[in-house]
Design a protein around this ligand. Structure first.
Ligand SMILES: [Zn+2]
Length: 831
């Protein structure tokens, strides 16, 4: 059992190598003749095992790179007691964004500078130093890092000592960490700058970044201070480290990583200029910061015993980040945005290839497979369902009980349910076990039965297959009759549930607040009552789910495409961003299936729907307007120009884009709109603007918009750039994925990916390969679908095998949808 690691590391950034020693304090529990620990792609050339003045000879050092293990054969038995294991090792900076890896940026003179940085979750600390790399083997870590003069090093704890060595290098020692898991260790070395510290209840917070970006740190500091204070208050426990550095890394495979005290991020979710950003981009920063800081307690202080529990770690941070951002910026109506993101989880979870939230994890691939939308979003959504059903305060008190009991320790999932059950007396464990160990979710049918409401459930599957799985479904039901209103909290069991009507003509909102992870199917009478009075009786998030459920019914073949068209045609008065996004999302699919005259018919329908809504807002932003209003205007302009092919909107967009400045929300819309019918000259301008972008957000905006260009030559250029140094490997998989959704050239892009498959595996981070193929679900042409299926019969993505199967099923669903509804759409939109 290791209890402490003293790690000294000396990286040579330019050579791309590092050497180190680790001195482990460990307890031998039973006599042993060999010691086994984790090590991967490291050369271990020294090993000594000592206890006070006794030394046991290490006769052989064996490494097994397949098992990622290091075995030390001992010349005699090591007896129970306290020992020190000293290992000397060296390695190379990893080129694929994992372990101790190489990132680069161009300095003022255009010279390439190297940053050495780490990413260990789930099982890559072993690539940086030999260790017992399992989450329940917590230990204190003491780091010493030796750097060339002029370089900065940051790690989990604050710097406590610095000395210049004889050769001029600088040796920096950091304060001990708390007792923690190895996957949370971190260090970053390079020529870096840091913002001045901001204070959050005595904890200094900095933003660390490559030089020249200091003017982009203010918003992240502000949201970090808010989050840290807010969580300390919510959890009722002080922040567990002495300082917090948020570090922006130029090349990063994930969004961010919750290393305690040393959180690492992609630049675009940390460094931002509010005056040049959209609401969505700002939200991306606030939400990511809140998510990572939620982990400082939930995940870092209290950690899952094993990787099967990673879902709870991520689900909880996702859920908590919503609560914190809702407090930070209530005007952003974050829970409505959450509902929009939840749609993707509902879609995946209605496939036959879905999985339970929690499953047994044996291999590193099993652990990698857990980082998906079902973990983050379905997991977060079932926690939201539970919180709303238990009540926010009772839920919070249960969380406090859990964290207080397990601080510095490890837990199983049921420990949380037990704490909540003890706190509330509700059957939390029974309810949650059903939701996390069973795949899928139910559609709840609501029917009028005299003066009663009758609720029943059936698993919702897009395939239409019958399935008799049931859940205890926590549900909030609101009834509105005249000026009276009633909210009921019910639990729908396998045999359904009933409820009294507030009045015979009451409007009934099942899944009030949209907090349960279900779809709702009303009978005709109940449905007509709420559709007729949608803006009056439904909140925006409830209207969002009304449209989203209607769309899901079309995809599942349970409702006609015309029924969706009729529903949205009646929602032209809508003024909520997310409801519009649901409407336009469905219409966007229709646009993929139509050509010629019928496509023109759809465009005309879109113009008739969107123009009046935009007319109410006006083209120009007003002084002091809410962010969501600005965002809605941007969405409407973009859809009017692209989906509606409206000449006025297109001309306006072109003007804005050429100018390159102005209100960010409109500029963002214009960048998308011009790309959608851009020419070669436009493309060159986009590429220049991508290269010369002043902020990470502008860089992303121009880069990803290039995937929309309609010209084949332009798309070829995007493909070539994706496998060159022109596009960072953190972005290229997603650029290729987005290009796969290009209406004209999706199949060309797919063939490019397939032809270069092996090369792309070597080029990109293993965790980004699944992102590379995430665009295939938009390929609905039967011939192309066949090609993709055939390709994956002989190729796999073992680290995300199930997500690949889900992508393939979604692709088949899209093809089936196209085949089923195109005749109906042709009929509907023919001139
Ligand atoms: Zn997380």
């Amino acid at each position: 059992m290791p209890s402490r690691y003293d790690l000294t590391l000396a990286p040579d950034l330019d050579a791309g190598t590092f050497e180190g020693t680790v001195d482990v304090t460990l307890e031998v529990i039973e006599s042993v003749t060999e010691i086994v620990l984790n090590s991967h792609e490291l050369e271990v050339d020294e090993a000594r095992l000592t206890s006070d003045d006794v030394e046991v000879e290490v006769t052989k050092i064996r490494t097994d790179d397949d098992a990622e293990r290091l075995t030390l054969d001992l010349g005699s038995e090591a007896e129970p007691g306290s020992w020190k294991l000293l290992l000397g090792f060296h390695g190379r900076l990893n080129p694929r964004l994992t372990g101790f890896y190489r990132s680069t940026y161009a300095d003022d003179e255009g010279a390439t500078r190297v940053v050495g940085t780490t990413h260990f979750e789930p099982t890559d600390a072993r690539r940086a130093f030999p260790c017992w790399d399992e989450p329940d083997l917590k230990a204190v870590l003491g780091f010493t890092i030796v750097v060339d003069e002029g370089l900065t090093a940051v790690s989990n704890g604050p710097e406590i000592e610095r000395a210049t060595l004889d050769d001029g290098r600088v040796q920096i020692r950091f304060a001990d960490t708390m007792k923690m898991s190895t996957y949370l260790a971190a260090w970053v070395v390079g020529k870096l700058d840091a913002s001045g510290p901001a204070d959050a209840g005595g904890v200094p917070i900095r933003i660390v970044h490559v030089p020249g970006k200091g003017d982009l740190t203010g918003f992240a500091l502000e949201s970090s201070v808010h989050s840290l204070n807010w969580f300390a208050d919510y959890y009722g426990i002080p922040y567990p480290e002495a300082k917090l550095d948020n570090v922006a890394i130029p090349d990063f495979a994930q969004g961010a990583m919750e290393n305690v005290g040393c959180v690492t991020y992609r630049e675009q979710v940390l460094l931002i200029d509010p005056a040049r950003s959209t609401q969505e981009e700002l939200l991306g920063v606030a939400e990511t910061v809140a998510h990572e800081l939620a982990h400082m307690w939930f995940g870092d202080l209290v950690t899952m015993r094993w990787w099967n529990g990673i879902w709870l770690n991520e689900a909880f941070a996702t859920f908590m980040s919503m609560l914190a951002v809702d407090d930070f910026r209530p005007d952003w109506e974050i829970w409505n945005e959450f509902a929009r993101g939840r749609t993707n989880a509902l879609e995946v979870d209605s496939l036959t290839t879905t999985r339970p939230i929690e499953y047994e994890v044996r291999s590193p691939d099993d652990a990698s497979g857990m980082f998906d939308t079902l973990t983050y979003v379905k997991g977060g959504a079932v926690l939201r369902m539970l919180e709303q059903w238990l009540g926010a305060e009772r839920f919070r008190d249960g969380i406090r009980r859990y964290l207080g009991k397990h601080a510095y320790g490890n837990t199983e999932t049921h420990d949380l349910w037990d704490a909540l059950e003890e706190e509330t007396g509700d059957p939390v464990r029974r309810v949650m076990d059903a939701w996390i160990f069973q795949r899928g979710y139910p559609a709840i049918s609501v029917e009028l039965d005299g003066d009663r409401l009758r609720f029943s459930q059936r698993r919702f599957l897009l395939s239409g297959d019958e399935d008799d799985t049931t859940w205890p479904v926590p549900l909030m039901v609101r009834q509105v009759a005249g000026d009276r209103e009633r909210l009921d909290r019910i639990l729908i069991e396998a045999d359904g549930a009933e409820l009294d009507m507030l009045a015979p003509d009451a409007a009934v909102v099942a899944n009030a607040g949209a907090s349960s992870f279900v779809r709702v199917v009303y009978d005709d009478e109940l449905r007509s009552r709420i559709v007729a009075r949608a803006t009056e009786v439904l909140s925006p998030v409830e209207r969002y789910t009304l449209v989203d459920d209607a769309w899901a019914a079309v995809v599942a073949g349970r409702a006609s495409a015309a029924s969706f068209v009729d529903l949205v045609a009646g929602l032209g008065e809508e003024d909520d961003l997310r409801v519009w996004q649901a409407i336009l999302g469905g219409l966007g699919w229709f646009d993929r299936f139509l050509e010629g005259e019928e496509r023109e018919g759809l465009r005309s329908f879109v113009r008739d729907l969107v123009r009046p809504a935009l007319g109410r807002l006006g083209w120009e932003p007003a002084e002091g307007e809410p962010d969501l209003t600005r965002a809605l205007r941007g969405q409407l302009v973009q859809s009017l120009a692209i989906l509606g092919a409206d000449p006025e909107a297109q001309a306006h967009a072109r003007e804005l884009e050429l100018d390159g400045g102005g209100e960010p929300q409109l500029l963002q819309a214009a960048v998308e709109a011009v790309a959608a019918d851009g020419n070669a000259e436009d493309f060159e301008r986009y590429w220049q603007r991508y290269k010369g972008a002043a902020t990470p957000q502008e860089e992303e905006r121009y880069l990803f918009a290039t995937a929309r260009f309609p010209g084949e030559a332009e798309i070829r250029r995007v493909l070539d750039a994706s496998v060159s140094d022109e596009v960072r490997t953190q972005d290229a998989p997603y650029l290729l994925a987005r290009s796969t959704t290009n209406r004209q050239h999706g199949p060309t892009v797919w063939r490019f990916i397939a032809e270069r498959w092996d090369e792309l595996q070597d080029r990109f981070a293993s965790s980004n390969i699944i992102g590379l193929v995430s665009g295939i679900r938009y390929l609905s042409d039967p011939d192309v679908v066949g090609e993709v299926e055939a390709f994956f019969e002989t190729h796999d993505i073992p680290q995300n095998h199930l997500m690949l199967q889900q992508g393939l099923e979604r692709m088949r669903q899209a093809a089936a949808l196209r085949q089923r509804i195109t005749p109906e759409l042709v009929e509907r939109f023919r001139a």
